[in-house]
Design a protein around this ligand. Structure first.
Ligand SMILES: CC(C)(COP(=O)(O)OP(=O)(O)OC[C@H]1O[C@@H](n2cnc3c(N)ncnc32)[C@H](O)[C@@H]1OP(=O)(O)O)[C@@H](O)C(=O)NCCC(=O)NCCS
Length: 177
């Protein structure tokens, strides 16, 4: 999409982002319609990484949002820091034009640049493989949610970054509140 700008969220974006996320999930059958509240809760936690809270802006209107927050993959001997992607949201009027793709790619790029090697998510099995996501069980990684295995996915931001890493994901408590 022309004139699409991905940038870090600023404090003035907080309320438009909240509205955008609420709107994006409003008619989604799989959703509990509370994703915008999750974003609000995560902001006040140690899991929040300001550099990984990104908006997609077109002509000064926020049309998309993505958030990656810190999680741990709890292995037998040690914990491995990783990120959870939740949520990614695009306004219904702007879908199918690459906004979601641009947000995910830029979030991956920035996450890698600040030292993260992987991202975990719960999402549409048909959407995320194009960004390199594979089923979490492929890596021996387990999510603490009762969901179909195909919806639990993981990407290595650098090939091999999850070598020797397996275990159960521990999310920030804000995820389950
Ligand atoms: C999912 C979402 C972020 C995609 O954003 P988008 O800007 O429309 O995505 P893009 O334009 O980059 O990509 C469009 C492609 O994704 C596919 N796609 C979009 N949603 C999909 C889904 N739920 N399942 C499978 N494929 C999907 C489209 O069919 C299209 O495929 P094509 O490139 O082969 O034509 C957006 O639809 C959205 O906000 N949905 C509601 C919230 C949501 O579901 N978030 C994800 C939670 S897991």
């Amino acid at each position: 999409m022309q004139n699409l700008h991905i940038r870090q969220e600023r404090s003035a974006d907080r309320s438009p982002v909240l509205a955008l996320v609420e709107r994006a999930f409003r008619n989604e059958a799989f959703s509990d319609q509370r994703e915008h509240l999750l974003v609000e809760r995560l902001r006040d936690t140690a899991a929040f990484v300001p550099e990984l809270s990104l908006v997609a802006e077109k002509e000064e209107r926020i049309v998309g949002y993505i958030l990656l927050t810190k999680i741990d993959i709890q292995g037998r001997d040690r914990n491995h820091p990783s990120l959870a992607l939740a949520p990614v949201a695009v306004h219904p009027d702007f879908r199918g034009r690459g906004v979601g793709t641009a947000l995910i790619r830029e979030a991956h790029r920035r996450a890698y640049a600040i030292g993260f090697g992987s991202v975990v998510l719960l999402g549409h099995a048909a959407y995320y493989p194009r960004f390199g996501y594979r089923p979490a069980h492929h890596f021996g990684i387990e999510l603490p949610f009762d969901v179909p295995a195909e919806n639990a996915m993981v990407v290595e931001l650098r090939p091999g970054s999850l070598k020797g890493v397996s275990g159960r994901v521990r999310y920030a408590p804000a995820f389950t509140e």
